[in-house]
Design a protein around this ligand. Structure first.
Ligand code: AMP
Length: 216
């Protein structure tokens, strides 16, 4: 059973690759972004508190996201966890190490998905997803076959994220470089880091990630 982190800036393809691993291997995707968006749309007290922070592309507090991960880890059992969008700060990384220790589990690999900034802007500003099955699309590179209808599940509930616009993206990139990118060095020093080219074709990226996972 493998536990991995997908690390990379917004738009690197973490969510897309995580979904593939869920389908192929029955791993459990733990996306703090998805959990926070759920909280936001449920209108819960916590959702209301984080909505404004998320919409402008800033990070929510470590306490909140660590709490979310702790809850999910305790209640889940499967063929390993994919941490997608978590950890994003050094305190979150330390907390994850402690949580896994407590469960008698370890982190097997941290896959850094490398992409250049110019590509991110283009990827993110055209992005939309199916609100029903979570399939990810793009206006230019991956439109739906029939306009307004999800190819996978037929739903017409296609959505754009409130923070997938240029201003919020600038803030998200800044947060990434200031607070998240130090994790690359942190996990390198722990001997866990593997880097893949996130700009390659989606299938090639999947192959590169599989290689990391299947390394003896
Ligand atoms: P994502 O879907 O991973 O791009 O996350 C969307 C937004 O949720 C981020 O821009 C943050 O506002 C918030 N968020 C998600 N994960 C974290 C995290 N680990 N730490 C702090 N904020 C987070």
């Amino acid at each position: 059973m493998l536990n991995i982190i997908l690390l990379g800036p917004p738009g690197a393809g973490k969510g897309t690759q995580a979904k593939r691993l869920v389908e192929e291997r029955g791993m459990i995707q733990l996306s703090t972004g998805d959990m926070l968006r759920e909280a936001k749309s449920s209108g819960s007290e916590m959702g209301r508190r984080v909505a404004e922070v998320m919409d402008r592309g800033a990070l929510v507090t470590d306490e909140i996201v660590i709490g979310l991960i702790e809850e999910r880890l305790a209640g889940s059992d499967g063929a390993g966890f994919i941490f997608d969008g978590f950890p994003r700060t050094l305190p979150q990384a330390d907390a994850l190490g402690q949580l896994l220790d407590r469960l008698g589990q370890k982190l097997d690999a941290v896959v850094e998905m490398q992409v250049d900034d110019a590509a991110l802007v283009a990827r993110i500003t055209g992005r939309f997803t199916c609100g029903s099955c979570g399939e990810v699309y793009h206006d230019v590179t991956k439109p739906t076959k029939v306009r307004g209808v999800c190819d996978v599940c037929g739903s017409t509930d296609l959505k754009r994220r409130a923070d997938d616009n240029e201003d919020a993206l600038k803030q998200r990139l800044m947060e990434y470089y200031k607070k998240t990118s130090p994790l690359i060095g942190y996990y390198y020093a722990k001997g866990k880091l593997a880097t893949v080219d996130g700009l390659a074709e989606m299938d090639e990226v999947s192959v590169a990630i599989r290689k990391v996972l299947d390394k003896p």
